[in-house]
Ligand binder design. Structure first.
Ligand code: ADP
Length: 360
């Protein structure tokens, strides 16, 4: 058994090939191993990680502990403490958006829960510790202000729109400016200008994620995004019904034509657990999106059951209350974690195409 005292150099050598989730480079070379304390049989290491990866910090912490335990099996205790590592985002596209990842949430069909999922994703990422903006660009029915119970209007400070702050999110919606039903007539250039203004003239601050609620089906907003922001990626929401899956496949084809990478598919209203008898009822069928995702070669991010509380909280504008329901949080957190893994992968693939720091 090796009982030689462990030095900082030993720890740095061990963690040399542990990659920063955002840049894909060694956390040691990037100076993110901030403190190493070895005391007899105990080792304590402080590592800085970007909030971009906050939903997967726990996985990363376990992997770091495992690596250290394997390298130093004689230790009684290995502790890894994670702390936020600030790294401002690069400015993206012609609109100069300061965000690390832009996830546009789309669906082939309306009414599948796209806006609900977009808002839940934004809340989930923010609850885990990421900096998140939510842009409601659904011209057919901008429902985000209603879901989040936002009644105030954004203000303007120094010619910049101030997003409304709610549930730890910076929120902007086309519904703040346009009477219901009017934006539905917008097409091409008008829509493009509105989206471009929302991206350019809103004081989003430094974001880890900008989640965008797209209108269902139509490619107009997606086309604008692909021109304005080279980093745009997409999440496709569908229900397990065949017709919704067919439309979801069309949405995926549309995103691919626009060179928008698919972060993954979410199956909403997967099944219903009867609160009375506890039985699982597969009202729209189940598992269709997982199968379709595999066929289309896109990641499957997870499923959300039909839930009466979720529906009521949406109606009452208290979506954040959903996070108190343990029957749902597991599903939602899984989706957020898988989304982050997907975003990390896409970032690495795209690093050479857009102005991201080049990997080693
Ligand atoms: P879309 O944006 O696709 O048109 P919405 O997000 O507006 O759909 O959701 C449509 C309706 O379905 C809303 O009333 C919402 O409350 C409800 N809903 C969405 N997801 C669920 C779910 N998992 N369980 C119960 N109701 C849901």
């Amino acid at each position: 058994m090796n009982s030689k005292p462990i030095t900082e150099t030993d720890v740095l050598e061990t963690l040399q090939d542990f990659l920063d989730p955002e840049l894909g480079r060694s956390i040691v070379k990037l100076g993110q191993v901030q403190q190493v304390r070895a005391d007899g049989g105990r080792l304590s290491v402080v590592v800085g990680l970007p909030t971009f990866a906050a939903p997967v910090w726990e996985e990363l912490r376990s992997a770091l502990v495992e690596k250290l335990r394997t390298a130093f099996p004689h230790l009684e205790q290995v502790e890894v403490v994670l702390t936020p590592w600030a790294r401002p985002p690069e400015r993206q596209g012609v609109v100069g958006l300061s965000a690390k990842s832009v996830a546009a949430v789309g669906s082939g069909k309306g009414g599948v829960g796209k806006s609900t999922v977009a808002a839940l994703l934004a809340q989930g990422l923010a609850r885990a510790g990421a900096q998140v903006g939510l842009l409601d660009a659904d011209v057919y029915g901008p429902s985000i202000p209603h879901l989040l119970g936002v009644h105030e209007q954004p203000t303007v400070v120094n010619d910049r729109l101030q997003p409304v702050r709610v549930d730890g999110l910076a929120v902007m919606s086309i519904g703040f400016f346009v009477p219901p039903g009017e934006a539905v007539l917008w097409r091409g250039p008008m829509l493009h200008n509105a989206i471009s203004q929302f991206l350019r003239d809103t004081d989003w601050g430094d974001l880890d994620y900008l989640i965008i609620d797209l209108p269902p089906g139509t490619g107009d907003v997606a086309l604008s995004l692909s021109q304005l922001l080279p980093l745009t990626e997409a999440v496709v929401v569908c229900t397990p019904q065949d017709v919704a899956l067919l439309d979801a496949a069309k949405a995926i084809t549309m995103f691919r034509k626009l060179q928008i990478e698919i972060l993954g598919m979410v199956e909403n209203m997967s099944y219903f657990i009867c609160p009375g008898c506890g039985m699982r009822h597969e009202i729209f069928g189940c598992g269709g999106a997982r199968r379709r995702a595999a066929e289309l070669n896109v990641p499957f991010l997870g499923e959300i059951p039909l839930n009466v509380g979720l529906r009521t909280q949406c109606d009452e504008g208290r979506l954040a209350a959903v996070w108190q329901d343990t029957a749902l949080t597991g599903f939602l957190e899984t989706i957020c974690r898988r989304l982050v893994h997907s975003a990390i992968q896409v970032r690495r693939q795209k690093a050479h195409q857009v102005n991201l720091p080049v990997l080693e």
